[in-house]
Design a protein around this ligand. Sequence first.
Ligand SMILES: [Zn+2]
Length: 451
Amino acid sequence: MDKPDLIIRSRRVVMSETVNPASVHIRDGIITALGKWEEVSAQTPLVDAGDAVVMPGLVDAHVHINEPGRTEWEGFTTATRAAAAGGVTTLVDMPLNSIPPTTTPDGFSRKLAAAQGKCSVDVAFWGGVIPGNTHELKPLLNAGVRGFKCFLIHSGVDEFPHVTESNLLEALSELAALNSVLLVHAEVPEPIENAAEELKDSNPQEYQTFLKSRPRASENEAVALMVRLCRETGARVHIVHHSSSDVLPLLRQARAEGLPLTVETCPHYLTFAAEEIPDGATHFKCCPPVRERENREKLWAALAHGVIDMVVSDHSPCTPALKLTKTGDFLEAWGGIAALQFSLPVMWTQMQKRGFGLRELTRWMSNAPAKLAGLDKRKGRLAVGYDADVVIWNPEKEFKVVPENIHFRHKLTPYAGINLRGVVEATYVRGVRVYEQGRFAENATGALLTK
Ligand SMILES: [Zn+2]
């Protein structure tokens, strides 16, 4: 076998079944062997990570980069640098908030052109399902999108309209034939419209007003609809950023039935609680909302039991002006949380308190999202033949989130000022060091994954 051109070793290497001392042998960006710790040679460059954790890089399957078109919100350069600094080695970009959206092959090629040469980590792309674009799905898939996303309610931007049940039936039968997956923003409009009527005289600066404006019923009904359509069409369905615990029993039942259904949630739903969010703190606004403490605990249990498969960021920033920080109006502010860079330490901080370990971390944040995006033959684990995407991090060290260490474009995040456990020391993408101790590689060598 060809000799490795790089070896990374540590006393704590996270593999599929074990956390052991080991050496990761790499050649041309691919893992060629997983050797014993002492299996190194004087001829091969060695990164000795000591006792730091060596783990597959995170795969974040839910990121809104917003370029081209809304690059003032976020862009490929800043988002992928934040990813690298956070130990995320692959991210999958959402089809909306960029202009044009990724709902046609032309829109996709314009996005690829915008991303070219700017990415510090590997980037893949979701396409979009909107009313009337069923004929675009196959060409989009052929051009390299990993699957599709749709909304059941207004998406927040007019160029990405939401779908109805009849649109869904049409799209799902096409996606079943193409063996692709539909990611669904699962909130339906009616309960939200009814709530708006009732909340006319409520104070929009209070978090409770916002929470009531996005009731659990909206998510519950949407998930029930998607479970039914998944069963009827046989198409793969994935529920994004799940928040309402009411509907977990239905999801558990659907999983037990063997439906091709997967579910994600996000670090913010597992960290914050509605009772603790200050009034006017619109940087906590996202849809569906962060709910009560009791809801949060049920999400953790669902994750532990495999009813929820994975944790992804739903990094969805905007300009500070759109967050209406001066007026603190929750109802009018843009909904979306910016935190891509902090998924690993945020989750680790919570997981340690709850008795979870490194194996769950890689399962929820590397293996499962790689599989969702159809990248599980090359991403998301340390194994022979896989891309050498590696994060080296210190799970005992703590740091405070301050603007100077935030690498995404706008520094407004609900984690500001919070102490987190878990410091990323270095990140490698296909064997190339893209980040180390606060510094980035000069060249942006991230690939656009269209194959
Ligand atoms: Zn999103």
